[in-house]
Design a protein around this ligand. Structure first.
Ligand code: GLY
Length: 350
């Protein structure tokens, strides 16, 4: 990875100035969406380095992570004289860092860009690791490139305005990172009080969580092998997320990932002897903070169908990342339809 280590800021404006200063840009283009323009851009504007910057505002929401918004960004860059010496600063959650990274990486074959993550979910996942892209023809992240940001800045103060559900959604990816890391991290993550979050403690946990992702991505930037560890919980999770939209009861990504983690750790228990005690600890945590997603037997075939179309599959088999213990990762695992249905039963289906 070319990206500098993600910075968990202690003095955000000072660190933003340093990050901008590292790149001696001719001009700066700040990308926001209609939410972060109001909530976060005024904070960034305290930097004297952004006094004369251009601002590009696109419509908020994952539905707008599309080719039309990408064209809007490229058009603005083109019409306002952006060159290869320009710098883009993407200010937002995963939607903005994905599309902003994609637009920057393809404009004139690539201009430098900084991600400033304003959501917990974006901070611990999308902002780091170089996956950029847009949705296309109803498929998520169908068009994109691996192209890491030059710098990633995380300002935990932005998370104070997140509602409880969005905080929990981001926390799910931290749970995943702890599970693929060490028992020590797993114990730390279980201790955190999501009901009364301590943001200083959260900053420490976010830093450790991001380092887990960075270590994995460094070994395998383009997801040929060990980066698949980061897909833990996502095979079932994406199916839950997709069906929630199809059935008009949408859930946040992280909630679907948590429920996916529960199913995949159950599968890990069945196939690889993952300890029941750890499985139950996760189950209690989910019960306390995430509730459940109601499914019944009539949903099983549709969920299974969604899993067979997951783009993470390399063949006809459904591809899973499983664990034999905390931190003991097994990629490219498969399971039979019966085993997958058994996971739905465990989850509370029939
Ligand atoms: N979101 C998983 C990854 O970046 O590989």
């Amino acid at each position: 990875m070319n990206q500098r280590l993600t910075k968990i800021c202690k003095n955000f404006i000072g660190e933003l100035n340093d990050a901008i200063g590292n790149h001696s840009a001719e001009d700066i283009f700040v990308l926001t969406d209609t939410n972060t323009e109001k909530l976060c851009l005024p904070v960034l504007k305290q930097s004297e380095k952004l006094k004369n910057c251009h601002t590009i505002v696109i419509a908020a929401g994952d539905d707008n992570k599309n080719i039309e918004s990408a064209v809007q960004i490229w058009k603005y860059l083109s019409e306002n004289g952006a060159t290869r010496k320009s710098l883009m600063i993407n200010v937002g959650g995963g939607m903005i860092t994905d599309i902003g990274g994609f637009a920057a990486s393809t404009f004139k074959r690539g201009i430098r860009y900084i991600n400033v993550s304003t959501t917990l979910l974006g901070a611990v996942d999308a902002a780091t690791g170089g996956k950029t892209g847009i949705n296309f023809l109803g498929l998520k992240n169908e068009i994109g490139v691996f192209s890491p940001a030059d710098e990633v800045l995380i300002n935990v103060d932005f998370f104070r305005s997140l509602d409880a559900a969005n905080l929990r959604s981001g926390y799910a990816e931290m749970v995943k990172h702890a599970l693929i890391d060490t028992r020590e991290e797993w114990n730390e993550i279980l201790k955190f009080d999501l009901e009364n979050p301590d943001f200083d403690k959260l900053a420490t946990l976010v830093e450790r969580s991001v380092r887990v992702k960075e270590r994995v991505v460094e070994q395998d930037p383009t997801e040929k092998n060990i980066r698949k560890a980061l897909n833990l919980g996502h095979t079932f999770g994406h199916a839950f997320e997709s069906i929630s939209y199809r059935q008009n009861r949408p859930v946040l990504h992280g909630y679907a990932v948590m429920w996916g983690l529960l199913c995949e750790l159950y599968l890990s228990h069945v196939r690889l002897n993952f300890a029941k005690e750890d499985l139950l600890k996760l189950k209690y945590m989910i019960k306390e903070y995430y509730g459940t997603f109601n499914i019944d037997c009539s949903d099983y075939e549709a969920l299974f169908e969604l899993m067979t179309h997951d783009k993470k599959n390399d063949s006809k088999d459904i591809n899973f990342t499983l664990l034999s213990d905390i931190g003991e990762i097994h990629i490219n695992e498969t399971a039979s339809k019966e085993e997958i249905f058994e996971c739905f039963d465990f989850f509370g289906g029939c």
